[in-house]
Design a protein around this ligand. Structure first.
Ligand SMILES: NC(=O)c1ccc[n+]([C@@H]2O[C@H](COP(=O)([O-])OP(=O)(O)OC[C@H]3O[C@@H](n4cnc5c(N)ncnc54)[C@H](O)[C@@H]3O)[C@@H](O)[C@H]2O)c1
Length: 258
């Protein structure tokens, strides 16, 4: 574990992660706990068995942890989840807005329902998660928010117009929130990962030829790991990033450098 005096330590913090039982979310929750934070495992009501298992693991590792049901499309529920989290563990100082989905479909076949689902979770859900965080952090004059965007918020990918639009929205949203809240001591940043094998990408990456094309396109020559994304989040969430706000840190293996 990182010594509490290190700028990379999150000792004494309470961190809430949305979509916390997914591929990236669970790695982020574990990395925040390894850096010393107590963790609120927030995920969709349908994921509470997975949430309970993750809480068990985190507490076995010596951290305090609690599961709270949080559907990011249920706006009053977001605030309730934050209240439950703070009753259990105290003031939340770090929030990771990670919950996300994609519906891969050519642009000509995207329905209104597809569009609404992707935008509601990936952009509206991120904004209202940040707002619930800000309502608590701004009066306290401290806090760090990290949204999980994507390299596809900066460059595009085929058959994902709603996803690309939502993620580009997140990249500019963190700038807008940083401007609102910087004078009040709250930093807001994003992490933009390249392809990582999780529930979100398993179908795509399960196709050997698509997988090879993607790997060939990444300058570092391999997919990202959930832990590598989590390390970028831990950095942005903590004192080591005290001068950084309104940015999207691309953990993309060089994808956007080309
Ligand atoms: N895996 C990748 O290659 C990749 C790359 C770039 C960005 N991302 C982003 O990382 C984030 C996490 O994705 P992942 O790869 O871990 O996928 P995942 O499918 O493993 O996890 C997604 C999580 O979001 C949760 N979720 C979905 N809808 C929700 C809702 N309405 N309310 C609350 N939670 C909800 C799910 O329960 C799940 O825990 C997403 O925002 C995704 O867009 C992933």
């Amino acid at each position: 574990m990182t010594p509490p005096s290190s700028p990379f330590s999150l000792s004494g913090e309470v961190a809430l992660v949305t979509g916390a039982t997914g591929g990236l979310g669970s790695a982020i929750a574990r990395a925040l706990a390894s850096a010393g934070a107590d963790v609120v495992v927030a995920d969709h009501p349908s994921r509470q068995a997975e949430a309970a298992r993750l809480v068990h693991d985190l507490t076995q590792g010596g951290r305090r942890a609690v599961a709270v049901p949080l559907d990011v499309t249920n706006l009053p529920g977001i605030d309730e989840a934050f209240s439950l989290a703070e009753e259990a563990l105290g003031p939340v100082g770090i929030v990771v807005a990670n919950a996300g989905v994609n519906i891969r479909r050519p642009a000509l076949e995207v329905s209104e329902a597809d569009w609404d689902t992707v935008l509601d979770i990936n952009l509206k859900g991120v904004f209202f998660t940040c707002q619930a965080a800000g309502k608590r952090m701004v009066p306290r004059q401290r806090g760090a928010i990290v949204a999980i965007a994507s390299q596809h918020g900066v460059v595009a990918t085929p058959r994902s117009p709603a996803y690309c639009a939502a993620k580009a929205g997140v990249v500019n949203l963190v700038r807008a929130l940083a401007l609102d809240w910087s004078p009040r001591g709250v930093r807001v940043n994003a992490v933009g990962p390249t392809f990582v094998e999780t529930g979100l990408t398993s179908h795509l990456l399960g196709d050997d030829s698509i997988r090879q094309d993607i790997v060939n396109r990444i300058p570092l020559g391999r997919l990202g790991t959930p832990e590598e994304v989590a390390h970028a989040v831990v950095f942005l969430a903590g004192p080591a990033a005290s001068l950084i706000t309104g940015t999207c840190l691309l953990a993309d293996g060089g994808w956007t450098a080309i």
